[in-house]
Design a protein around this ligand. Structure first.
Ligand SMILES: [Zn+2]
Length: 304
């Protein structure tokens, strides 16, 4: 049985929000077992527990809200937290959006490593996907299906000479995340910048915290990976899956999806999860004589 973990000591960082351009100060603190990842917004001192119920609609970032307050662009921190197996964490935010840092999750990985990790005497409760769920349309979609390990396979197919078609598949274990995904930066197209800014987005965006794609080349110089774009899309999926509030085991396959579709998938997984887990309980208590329509026990749960 895997046990939960938190961080060992308090750490902090500061920066500006990618979309708001506002300064923000962040403090990460240890949290007790079974408490999950909690954002405390200062002011006004409102707590937002990471979970599907706190998810607000958004296309360009993941925003959480509760009780009239919200915190934007949480996905890169959540990706690092999930990939490093940290279950319980308190995040104090003085500001309205998490710092963009360098546009990737690598600074958050470094911050979490600086904090160290501490095991806790409570079992981790992964959610095993029991049936295929797919959202989107023929052009843009994301699905998750049952699997024995978590894997994300992504196709980014953009009609743009710099991006083109990029296909990648990773099982985001801690090592793979740190080495292959964490440092892939968010990106934006120069032609969209004006429009985004008119909508109040990308106000803090710069060559320091995003890959900026011009008509024929990347304006930042070199990329960190040849396929940095699709790797960042996978990083975002890792962060958005963390919105379930617990580790999820399944194979994600996506094509040209984004935060809005990721969120739809998370909501649908959450909606069906209660039924899957009721099915597990029923199967454990009534191992014989199940009718064919009942859910079957996933092999990953046989030892529960
Ligand atoms: Zn991102």
């Amino acid at each position: 049985m895997e046990l939960q973990s938190t961080i060992r000591k308090q750490v902090g960082c500061q920066g500006i929000g990618l979309h708001t351009g506002e300064p923000v100060h962040l403090t990460l603190q240890p949290a007790p077992p079974d408490s999950g990842v909690l954002f405390r917004l200062l002011p006004p001192g409102v707590d937002i527990l990471v979970g599907p119920d706190a998810l607000l609609n958004g296309h360009y970032a993941t925003t959480l809200g509760w009780d009239g307050v919200q915190v934007q662009t949480v996905e890169h921190l959540l990706a690092a937290v999930a990939a490093l197996g940290i279950d319980n964490l308190r995040v104090e935010v003085e500001g309205v959006e998490l710092p963009a840092m360098d546009g990737s999750a690598k600074p958050y990985v470094d911050l979490l490593y600086a904090a160290g990790r501490e095991g806790q005497a409570a079992p981790r409760r992964p959610l095993y996907v029991k049936e295929e769920i797919r959202v989107g349309d023929d052009a843009r979609w994301i699905q998750i299906s049952p699997a024995t390990e978590t894997r994300i396979s992504y196709t980014l197919d953009l009609d743009h000479p710099v991006v083109g078609v990029q296909i990648a598949s990773f099982a985001p274990t801690e090592r793979v995340f740190v080495e292959e995904l964490a440092s892939a930066r968010t990106y934006g197209f120069l032609k969209d910048v004006e429009l985004l800014r008119q909508q109040g987005l990308a106000r803090g965006g710069s060559l320091e915290n995003a890959v900026v794609v011009g008509q024929e080349r990347v304006l930042n110089g070199s990329l960190r990976f040849r396929d940095e774009f699709v790797r960042h899309k996978i990083l975002d999926v890792v962060g958005d899956l963390a919105l379930l509030g617990r580790p999820v085991v399944g194979h994600v396959v996506a094509r040209n999806a984004g935060h809005a579709l990721n969120h739809q998938l998370v909501r649908e997984v959450h909606r069906r999860a209660a039924g899957w887990e009721r099915g597990v309980v029923a199967a454990l208590h009534h191992p014989v004589g199940r009718s064919e329509g009942e859910p079957r026990l996933h092999p990953g749960l046989a030892a529960v």
